[in-house]
Design a protein around this ligand. Structure first.
Ligand SMILES: *Cc1c(COP(=O)(O)O)cnc(C)c1O
Length: 487
């Protein structure tokens, strides 16, 4: 199993190299050179495996024994998935009207990102320990990635994490989960801009080969292949639990429709990969009024709007669904040259039209929906009224689809629940509903915080570069950062 860039500029990389990278140096994203396929008999033989066993099966297809021996891999994954508040780390809720919801938010930060993040951080630690070196993680966040990365790495001696979040565009709980973390290896920046604005200086920093090498600079955004890889297991688990595969025989497998609230498109990319690996999924990417993915599926229009709209589902207020590059690459027959041309055009002009053949292919693997704030509130209410079951506004985006598009007969459907409603109290209130906050969430309000601001008009790239350099030199002297550097 080797990896390559979606823009054709890198081949033959090992899992380890890809794990420690952000974007490839040609600006592309890393993908496995070949996707394994899963036969119907393999799928049947897995149908009673637990979630963590499935994560293990999935990861061992993409991480060769020589990189992490299977026994070690199993230990790392079990450890990573041990601190969740439900026994299997994930949970299925079966609600009225044939609605099944896969709850992926039972980790410490109450969002699905904890699952793949925890595993990925264990993989990182494994290699850092073996190689006796450090890494610097640089993360931009639309709200949940930052908290999840911090929760995964706080207190580790081998990594520093630098997180940049869009000030005023995330919820209080999301913000406090980051800023109340006072560990010496955690560094939080609050930027006056959108998460797409933050992505620009981060991309520039990852393109600086020298800085990347000297500080072991790496990404834990879903740019990182390891997160997508772990997320493959969500789809496999949903399929094995809900498709009814157990009641069938032979080569024909039942289909399952999975509805995914979509932002940076990491989750939906994992779904597409699972489908290409032979799991008969029908995938629906549902977005809020930041609807680029919807327009792309409807008419090949991969173009940004003039600005990011702030909605009730802020974790998917994203205009650059960067993981779609991986989907385009797969569906173009791994045509790195074409993807390079298309994506460079998109990065320059913020718009790109999918070639006809690619658009047709996309429509065969993906459908899409777009939901307004009214739709979000309406779905939260309907779900509460029918089931006394409260969902977060992102999960509501997928439920809206369920309530408006009837199931095809004979097929089951799974809506992905990406976060706990406790993280999004404003939306809960707007829907006229109530929530009992968990104690850990209540406690955040009065805890001490630490972060730095990045203001409009400042050179964010330069500020972050200097900061990373200064952390690096403090570590070289073996000192603690917040004691040695007067803040
Ligand atoms: C990150 C996030 C999403 C979007 O996931 P992508 O994989 O980036 O599409 C959806 N919902 C919540 C709550 C999130 O935190």
């Amino acid at each position: 199993m080797r990896y390559c860039s979606t823009r054709g500029g890198a081949h033959g990389l090992e899992f380890r190299d890809v794990l420690f990278s952000g974007y490839a140096l040609d600006g592309g994203m890393f993908m496995p050179e070949e996707l394994p396929t899963l036969s119907s008999s393999t799928l049947r033989s897995w149908s009673s495996l637990s979630y963590s066993q499935l994560v293990c099966e999935v990861c061992s297809m993409f991480i060769p024994e020589q990189q992490i021996p299977r026994q070690d891999l199993k230990g790392l994954i079990l450890d990573a998935l041990s601190k969740f508040s439900v026994p299997e780390a994930v949970k299925l809720a079966r609600l009225k009207g044939g609605l099944s919801v896969l709850e992926l938010f039972h980790g410490e930060t109450l969002a699905f990102k904890d699952l793949a993040m925890r595993c990925t951080v264990r993989f990182l630690e494994y290699f850092l320990h073996k190689e006796n070196r450090r890494a610097t993680i640089l993360v931009g966040t639309s709200g949940d990635t930052g908290g999840s990365a911090i929760s995964g790495v706080r207190g580790l001696s081998s990594v520093d994490v630098v997180v940049v979040f869009p000030r005023g565009r995330i919820t209080m709980v999301q913000e406090k989960q980051m800023t109340t973390c006072l560990d010496d290896n955690v560094h939080v920046f609050a930027a006056d801009g959108s998460s797409d604005d933050i992505d620009v200086p981060l991309r520039q920093l990852f393109a600086k080969g020298d800085l990347v090498r000297r500080h072991g600079l790496m990404s834990l955004n879903s740019v990182n292949w390891s997160r997508i890889m772990v997320q493959l297991a969500h789809f496999l688990y949903a399929y094995l639990q809900l498709s009814g595969i157990g009641e069938t025989e032979g080569d024909t497998l039942p289909e399952l429709e999975v509805v995914v609230p979509t932002g940076g498109a990491g989750n939906i990319t994992a779904g597409c990969i699972m489908r290409l690996m032979g799991v008969p999924l029908r995938l629906v990417a549902v977005v809020n009024s930041n609807d680029i993915v919807y327009r792309t599926v409807q008419r090949g229009d991969f173009s940004m709007a003039t600005s990011v709209k702030q909605t009730l589902a802020p974790a998917i207020d994203i205009q650059d669904p960067y993981n779609m590059e991986r989907v385009f690459w797969l569906l173009s027959g791994k045509d790195g040259e074409l993807v390079k041309k298309l994506m460079e055009q998109f990065q320059k002009s913020h718009k790109m039209s999918l070639p006809d053949t690619l658009h047709k292919k996309l429509c065969t693997v993906l459908s899409a929906g777009t939901v307004s704030d009214e739709g979000i509130v309406e779905a939260m209410r309907q779900c509460w009224q029918e089931n006394q079951y409260l969902v977060c506004p992102h999960t509501a985006v997928s439920l809206w689809y369920h309530y408006h598009f009837p199931l095809h007969s004979g097929m089951n459907r799974c809506c992905i629940a990406t976060a706990s409603p406790a993280k999004f109290q404003d939306a809960v209130q707007k829907a006229g509903l109530n929530i009992d906050l968990p104690e850990a969430v209540q406690a955040l309000a009065t805890m001490a915080t630490r972060y730095k601001n990045l203001e409009k008009g400042e050179d964010w790239e330069a500020i972050l570069r200097e900061f990373i350099e200064s952390v690096g030199s403090v570590r070289q002297r073996g000192e603690s950062f917040y004691i040695s550097v007067q803040q």
